[in-house]
Design a binder for this molecule. Structure first.
Ligand code: HH2
Length: 284
C-alpha cells in the first residue's frame, strides 16, 4: 500500500502532494513502482496535527480519487476517520476505508463502509492525535492491542462489513512508546489469531529514529540531529521484512520501490527457510 498524503502537514511528506495534479502523478508513480493499493489521506494523524473540516478534507481528496480512479484499476483506499468523507470518497471511486480510529471516532463510518460493500481497515490507537503520545501505558501491549482489535472487528462485522473485506492494524506509533512499537512488530504473528489479514504501517516512523539514537523522535524538526523521516528508509525496510516474516498481508509505505524489493527478498528468504510442501530437497 503506497501512501498519498494530500496534506500540508503530514509528518514525512507534508506539502509535497497538496496540489491534486501532483498527488495523482505521485500515486501513478507509486503504482508503477509496484503498489497494489493507494491510500489517499487529506488529514494528518501526527501528534498535534491541526484538525481539518469535512469540506476541506473533501476538497483535498475527492479530485485525487477521481483522477486516480480514471487512470488506474488499483485498489484505492481513503484514509479518514469521518463518515461523511468516507461516503463521498467511496462515491468518487475509493474501494477501502482506512480509519485510524477503528470506527470509534464516528461509528457511522462502519455502516457507510458496509453499505458500499467497501473494505475496512480498523486500526488500534491509544488516545487521539492530540493526546496519544503524552503517556502511553500498557501492561501487555500486544495482548491489549489484540483485545482492542477483537472488539473493533466485532463492531465492524456487526455493522455489516463483510468478513473478507476487513483488515486489522496494530497502529505503529499511535499511542505507543519505542518498546511497544518493537513488540508489536516483532510479535505481529500473534495478531494473526484474530482471523483477519493484518495491515501494518511502520514507514519512516519515529521509532526508527529512536533505534538509530537520534535525540528524540522529532529532533529533525529543530534540525538537532539529521534524522528526517526520509532518512528512515533502511529502517523501514527492516520493519517491513519483520512484517513479511509475521505473515502481515499489507504494509503501508511511502517508499514503494524500495519496499517492493524488501518484501521480495524477505519472501524469498521465508521460502528458503520453509520450502513449499512437495518441493524437492536434495539429501546431501
Ligand atoms: N499511519 C499513518 C496514517 N495512517 N493508517 C493505518 N491503517 N496504519 C498506519 O500505521 C497509519 C495510517 C501515519 O503516516 P502518514 O500518513 O505518513 O502521516 P500523517 O498521518 O502525518 O499524514
Amino acid at each position: 500500500m503506497g501512501v498519498v498524503n494530500v496534506t500540508p502537514d503530514s509528518f514525512s511528506d507534508g506539502g509535497l502532494w497538496l496540489d491534486a495534479e501532483r498527488a495523482i502523478e505521485h500515486g501513478l508513480r507509486l503504482a508503477a513502482e509496484g503498489a497494489r493499493v493507494l491510500d489517499i489521506g487529506g488529514e494528518s494523524t501526527r501528534p498535534g496535527a491541526d484538525p481539518v473540516t469535512v469540506e476541506e478534507e473533501l476538497r483535498r481528496v475527492v479530485p485525487v480519487l477521481e483522477g486516480l480512479r480514471a487512470q488506474t484499476d488499483l485498489v484505492l483506499s481513503i484514509d479518514t476517520m469521518k463518515a461523511a468523507v468516507a461516503e463521498a470518497a467511496l462515491a468518487a471511486g475509493a474501494d477501502w476505508v482506512n480509519d485510524v480510529s477503528g470506527g470509534l471516532h464516528e461509528p457511522r463510518i462502519l455502516a457507510v463502509a458496509a453499505e458500499a460493500g467497501a473494505g475496512f481497515v480498523a486500526m488500534h490507537r491509544q488516545g487521539d492525535s492530540r493526546t496519544m503520545q503524552e503517556a502511553p501505558r500498557y501492561d501487555d501491549c500486544v495482548a491489549e492491542v489484540a483485545e482492542h482489535l477483537r472488539d473493533r472487528a466485532a463492531a465492524a462485522l456487526a455493522a455489516g462489513i463483510a468478513p473478507e473485506r476487513l483488515l486489522l492494524d496494530p497502529g505503529i506509533g499511535f499511542g505507543k512508546l519505542l518498546e511497544h512499537n518493537l513488540a508489536l512488530l516483532a510479535r505481529a504473528g500473534e495478531l494473526a489469531s484474530l482471523g483477519a489479514p493484518l495491515l501494518v504501517g511502520p514507514s519512516r516512523k519515529a521509532f526508527i529514529g529512536q533505534v538509530k539514537g537520534a535525540e528524540g523522535a522529532d529532533a529533525w524538526r529543530t534540525g538537532a540531529r539529521a534524522d528526517r523521516p526520509a532518512d528512515r528508509v533502511g529502517g523501514t525496510a527492516a520493519a517491513v521484512a519483520a512484517c513479511v516474516r509475521a505473515g502481515v498481508a499489507v504494509v503501508r509505505v511511502h517508499d514503494v520501490a524500495a519496499m517492493v524489493e524488501a518484501v521480495g527478498v524477505a519472501q524469498a528468504l521465508l521460502t528458503a527457510e520453509r520450502p513449499p510442501i512437495g518441493s524437492t530437497r536434495t539429501a546431501h
